[in-house]
Structures are given as C-alpha cells and as structure tokens.
Ligand binder design. Structure first.
Ligand code: SAM
Length: 285
C-alpha cells in the first residue's frame, strides 16, 4: 500500500470499519523519507547476529508503515498491536506467518523470551509507561529504537541538573546509553499531532543491574523525584544510614545525583557485594 497517501489510508480504514482512536495514539507515518531514515537507523544499530530470541519486536505497527521497512531486513519479526481492526488489516497484508500479539503491549510481552531489539513509533499516551516497564521487566534487550514525543526524548537523554532530569532519566540511563538520533516534524504524521517528535536510540550498557537492583532504583527514584525540591535527607529518611555508608551527601537534591549513584545506593540496599564502599562524592556541585 502507499503509506504516503492519506486517501488510501482513509479508504483502508473505512473498508475495515476502523475509526481512528485517539486513546491509542494512532498517528501514522505518511512520509517515506522519514520511514526510510528510521529503517536505516535500525539496520545500522542492530547487533549482528541478533542476540536473545533473535527477533525484532515492533510495538504498535498500525497499518504497517514501519513494518514494511523492518521486513526488508529479513529478520524474524513479532508485532504487538492493541487495535483489533488494525490487526485484521495486518493479517490481510502479511498473512498468518508474521506473529502478532494482540492486546496491550504492557500485558502481551510478559513471559516472552528477550528479543534482539524493540522498535516502534510508540503511541504517545502510553510510551511513558511502556519504556520504563520494559526496563523494569528485567528483559535484557540490547537495542531499542523509538519514535517518541520530543518532550519524552528530552527526559530520556537529560543529564543530571536539568529541569527534564527525572525518575525516567535515571531508570533508563542506569541501563542504557541513550541518544537522540534526529527530530521528526509533526507534518509527517496523519493525523498531525500537536507536538514535535524525535527518534531515540537506547543501547544497553555492559553489566546491566539485576532485576532486584532495578526494582530498588525505581523505588528510590519514585520517592526522590516525587518531591524533587526536597533534599535526600527529607525524602529518603529510611535510607539515611545507607546514604552515609555509600558516601552520598544527604544535603543534595535528587536532580544532583548521577544515575550511577542511584545504582550504587540500590546495589548497596540489595546487598550486592562490594557496593556502597565509601568513595569520593562526585555528585555535589
Ligand atoms: N507504526 C505505525 C506508523 O508508524 O504509522 C503506527 C504508529 S501509531 C503512533 C501507534 C500504534 O500503536 C497504533 O497502531 C496503536 O493502535 C498501537 N497501540 C496503542 N496502544 C497500544 C498498546 N498499549 N499496545 C500495543 N499497541 C498499541
């Protein structure tokens, strides 16, 4: 199909009696240059051979705009789509050979073996839940490439000390090296969103934290950034002895700590041997 043609998209949706659903963040990519650019980026950053199950997962394939790019890579692909009508279109286009997990990605990815990569033009309302949920699940996914709201990419790449530095930044950066690859204007989507978008590439760091440590990082960041203007002394009352044991100044605010300091404290709290040795504090300004 011609993904650039709004009238073709409308006809297809009409034929399958599918109404566009705002709650599913359905903004289709209607610009071939952008699709190729994302496809080439994915091809370039994929580790070869693909580790894990050797599959690429695509979240939210919609009418297949990115899926067509991914199929050209000739690697095993698995799709995750919530909209039943859209799934009918995908089945018609790709047949039964292409696995499609129907339902909310937050449920359907559970229990599957880790893929080699996860990619997608993510639904904007749910992306903020999907990305941390993947990290918290403990799945070791070497590479992820997502088209996201610009504002979310700002938070993903934000260094400490910035207004955009948040619980999401810390959680993701303690597992992934994150890069904003390029900006994507609103005009390349149908319907056109209100906000700008960007593509983010997440490459897994060597020695990712264990699942228990990840859980602890989430807990620490939620507490700390829930009251980000308060000092650690006031938000992490229960963990003050551990702060001292790790050499972390309790007079700092959460936005002043590097992701690795959150990780250090989390490892110490979870009893990882060697974590929490007193060390020079690097986080104060
Ligand atoms: N990949 C297509 C493209 O680029 O044109 C569509 C992207 S559109 C931004 C997001 C897609 O995610 C939609 O097809 C929507 O139905 C699907 N979606 C929304 N919420 C979802 C969820 N929780 N789990 C799986 N798919 C979801």
């Amino acid at each position: 199909m011609n993904h650039n043609s709004i009238s073709e998209i409308r006809d297809l949706l009409d034929r399958h009696e599918i109404g566009l659903k705002k709650r599913f963040g359905q903004n289709f990519l209607i610009d071939s240059a952008t699709r190729h650019r994302i496809g080439s980026l994915i091809a370039q950053v994929l580790p070869r051979p693909l580790p894990g199950s050797g599959e690429i997962w695509e979240i939210g394939p919609g009418l297949g705009a990115l899926t067509d790019e991914l199929r050209a890579l000739e690697l095993p692909l698995r799709l995750f789509e919530i909209d039943r009508g859209v799934i009918r279109v995908l089945r018609e286009r790709y047949g039964e050979d292409l696995p499609i997990e129907g339902g909310d990605f937050l449920d359907t990815f559970r229990g599957l073996p880790a893929p080699g990569a996860i990619v997608g033009n993510l639904p904007y309302h749910s992306a903020g839940a999907m990305v941390p949920r993947i990290v918290e699940s403990g799945l070791a996914v070497p590479v992820m490439v997502f088209l996201l709201q610009s504002e979310m990419v700002d938070r993903l790449v934000s260094p400490r000390g910035c207004k955009t530095y948040s619980a999401l930044s810390v959680l993701v950066q303690s597992h992934y090296q994150v890069e904003r690859a390029f900006l994507v204007p609103a005009g390349v989507f149908y319907p056109r969103p209100q906000v700008g978008s960007a593509v983010a590439v997440l490459r897994e760091l060597p020695h990712r934290p264990s699942r228990e440590v990840t859980e602890q990082i989430s807990l620490l960041t939620r507490e700390a950034f829930g009251q980000r203007r308060k000092t650690l002394r006031n938000t992490w009352k229960a963990w003050l002895p551990a702060l001292e044991e790790c050499g972390i100044d309790p007079g700092l605010r959460p936005e002043e700590l590097q992701p690795e300091t959150f990780r250090l404290l989390a490892e110490h709290l979870r009893g990882v041997p060697g974590a929490g040795q007193p060390r020079a504090v690097r986080d104060g300004r």
